[in-house]
Design a binder for this molecule. Structure first.
Ligand code: GBH
Length: 531
């Protein structure tokens, strides 16, 4: 009996040491999908080739270069319009399950309307999709990633309620051209950026309307998404069985040391809830706490009605339930507390959040990445998924973006390796500890590109791009080798025998994984010598 107890104790101790050691040794399930993402304006170039019309970003960068940190524009970018075969090649070299790219609305429909489909535009995306499929990579397509045709902006863009029909018409064209080959769709990328950030900061379309414009934009974006989702559901799903959702960028908020949970929760409802509640909640419509707050504040300010346009009963029903999964983009987090008098309140991308009277800070231990908004907090990703599940119930989560930038663009990018490793670890914990149904992870971004108002300074790429080279040569960074290993092995541990075994996050014990990594590293070195 004594011996028996002793052995149970030994097994327990060994077991806990073993499991502790193995937190980062957890593996992704075999069905889990890995990919990388890009967006049309950020990579394509060919801004005025054939019959393409200008987008709001063409106009903004050309007319206001002073608002871009290096004065740059996406005129040529990575020249993916011409060099898309190079993109397919690196996506295949990484061994990705999928590649997420976006379609340029003014490239496909030069007038903004479906009166005429550009044959050059239609062929471009068709060839890209075929190229990916031939390389064994699934295309994941974003219908709208911020490059609105300027012709539609001239009619009010996202503040005009008719935009939901214009977008739905465009989405129908996209589905009818490519739904036979594309099974995963993102209708709209990050409405929070093109509504909240754009209308509060005067970024493209260069309209400052932090009290009115941003709320019109939000409502119309949600309805546009809903109409597109319903078109797919009714006209395409029965035949093609694909999945459609939108990608929401959500900042994680938690109380600072003297902050109250109630205040953090209000910030979450504003940042994440406004773009989720109308679609994912059972009741639909705006989050009640936010709807009441904006109505109250609007009346105090002397407006005759709430600045936040209400959803009609019909619109609530139209929008509710229009999802097949939750598409989540996660980058950064903030701490919250009630603002003290005289304190500067409201932050990017929610200057409008000043109506919440909340102050946002960060923890000193959160590492800073270059763009002004970026503080790194990997645990936020896990908290966010649990919060979303608690709010809206169990569903499939697909991480449609995360990644980090630097300014020096070094090839041996150990900080980016660490960023991915730590975020992937949080995803593993979500799956294994919280039992959240996460099915995919997308690295932002495949290669350095035009990073909006930060021009070409911020480098987010797994691959470096030489923008002074006519051929825009793409060179893998250490993070590309790391990610490739994750995709191949399902393990987040960096391979020991690799160019970055000195980065302090290597594993100590020899294992089959390492042997395998050695083989793929050698293969990788030989392979890239050929190009
Ligand atoms: C994502 O946005 C985007 O989907 C992607 O296109 C982008 O390149 C990437 O992440 C990295 O930024 O107009 O003030 O908002 C995440 C949030 C959106 C922050 C774009 C910086 C530009 C400045 N980013 N934003 S602003």
């Amino acid at each position: 009996m004594y011996l028996h107890l002793q052995s149970v104790f030994i097994i327990f101790v060994v077991g806990s040491v073993w499991s502790h050691k193995n937190v980062s040794e957890l593996k992704f399930p075999p069905w889990f999908k890995f990919g990388a993402a890009t967006a049309a304006y950020q990579i394509e170039g060919g801004w005025n080739i054939s019959d393409k019309s200008p987008s709001i970003w063409d106009v903004f960068t050309h007319e206001s270069p002073g608002m871009i940190s290096d004065g740059g524009a996406g005129d040529e970018a990575c020249d993916s319009y011409r060099l898309w075969r190079e993109d397919v090649k690196i996506v295949a070299d990484l061994g990705l399950d999928f590649y997420r790219f976006s379609i340029s609305w003014p490239r496909l429909l030069p007038s903004g309307f479906p009166d005429r489909i550009s044959s050059a535009g239609r062929r471009y995306y068709s060839e890209l999709i075929d190229g990916l499929l031939a390389a064994g990579v699934e295309p994941v397509v974003t219908v709208y990633h911020w490059d609105l045709p300027q012709s539609l902006q001239d009619l009010g863009g996202w503040t005009n309620p008719l935009i939901s029909d214009w977008f739905a018409d465009y989405a129908r064209v996209v589905f009818s051209l490519y739904a036979d080959r594309v099974k995963t769709w993102i209708t709209i990328n990050e409405p929070v950026i093109y509504c909240d950030a754009s209308y509060t900061m005067g970024v493209a379309p260069k309209v400052q309307s932090p009290e009115i414009g941003l709320y019109l934009c939000k409502k119309h974006a949600l309805i546009a998404h809903a109409k597109a989702w319903r078109i797919y559901d009714k006209e395409f799903k029965p035949k093609y069985h694909g999945k459609v959702s939108l990608s929401n960028l959500i900042m994680w908020f938690e109380p600072d040391d003297d902050g109250e949970e109630e205040v953090a929760e209000l910030a979450r409802q504003y940042g994440g809830g406004m773009y989720s509640h109308p679609i994912y909640s059972k009741e639909g419509g705006w989050p009640p706490a936010i709807e009441q707050l904006i109505a109250k504040r609007s009346l105090e300010q002397g407006y005759p009605r709430s600045r936040l346009p209400a959803f009609t009963e019909h619109e609530i029903q139209l929008t509710r339930g229009t999802y097949d999964f939750y598409g989540l983009n996660y980058y950064t987090a903030r701490l919250t507390r009630r603002a003290r008098s005289g304190e500067r309140i409201g932050i990017w991308p929610f200057s409008g959040i000043s109506e919440l009277n909340i102050t946002f800070t960060t923890r000193p231990e959160w590492k800073k990445a270059p763009p002004f908004w970026f503080y790194i907090y990997p645990e936020g990703l896990r908290h966010l998924m649990t919060w979303l599940r608690d709010q809206y119930g169990d569903m499939e989560f697909f991480i449609t973006e995360t990644g980090v930038s630097d300014y020096d663009g070094r090839l041996h990018d150990v900080d980016r390796v660490e960023y991915y490793q730590k975020h992937l670890e949080q995803v593993l914990l979500s799956i294994h500890e919280d039992h959240v149904n996460v099915t995919g992870f997308t690295a932002w971004t495949l290669m350095d590109d035009f990073e909006w108002i930060d021009g070409y300074r911020s480098k987010f790429g797994l691959y470096a791009v030489d923008f002074s080279d006519q051929q825009r040569r793409r060179t893998p960074r250490t993070s590309a080798v790391y990610y490739r290993n994750v995709v191949h092995t399902g393990s987040i541990t960096p391979p020991k025998y690799s160019p970055y075994s000195d980065n302090g996050v290597t594993n100590k014990i020899f294992s089959c994984t390492n042997l395998y990594s050695l083989i793929i590293t050698v293969y990788y070195v030989l392979d890239f010598q050929n190009c």
